[in-house]
Design a protein around this ligand. Sequence first.
Ligand code: SAM
Length: 279
Amino acid sequence: MDIKSIMRKYGIKADKRLGQHFLMDERPIAAILEAAELSSEDCVLEIGPGLGALTEKLCRRAKKVAAVEKDGDLIPALKNRVGVFENICIIEEDVLKLDLELLKNRYFMSDFKVVANLPYYITSPIIMKLVESRCLVKLAVIMVQKEVARRLTALPGGKDYGILSVAVQLHADVDIVCEVGSEAFVPPPKVDSAVVRIIFRHEPRVKLEDEAVFFEVVEAAFGHRRKILRNSLKDRLALCGISLDKIDDALEKAGIDPARRGETLSIEEFARLAALLRN
Ligand code: SAM
């Protein structure tokens, strides 16, 4: 049965506050499954299964599937579609509250992959939760807004490069799998979308002595995009008791021109600067 018929049968109206845009086009679904490279050995967490467009196919390919859905009103239709599979566990819960360590230890018994057509209103917190849980998660293949996909893959110097780019690229390799138009969803979202693949690294891209100081510097640099780096750092780092002399000294030793804009710094340069400011 197609998604519109399922919605009619169960009297379901998409709740936009929960980011409900159900996939009805098979092409992005096929692209997501291919990018996830699922085998019968894989365990998969699906975030926001909705009416099961992806879930059913995950159950056919993976060893175990856990599907976490916040909206209890969708569960009967979801169960009707995937209840025949023995390898699925449907969890009615907010994914941001879900204990991923427990999921691994009690259900999957191994690390796992994440697959999702994300609810866009909580894209960043979900991605940051996955980054923080990177020792549990092998990779994530997720549908996000196209603008977020650009930020996730942005390189230094562009307008899309920001804290999210640095935070994710520090711990993962990210690529865009495909772009998806709004007509692929019911109801269509107001924005275009893209599927991204995030492969978590065993070691961070650069070794950090102190991740808190690193992000203090990154946030300072991106805080005022129009200011030169020296001034952005001065305003923010004064709050942590770091003097302008120390900033000048660190910039010189790191070989970074103080007149550059913060958003031109690579992750390696941020790390060098943070290490010098920490000392
Ligand atoms: N996977 C389905 C599809 O592709 O057709 C639905 C995707 S829809 C974009 C996002 C789904 O996430 C909805 O089913 C929504 O109810 C669910 N959702 C929203 N907030 C959530 C949360 N905090 N935790 C878990 N699921 C959530």
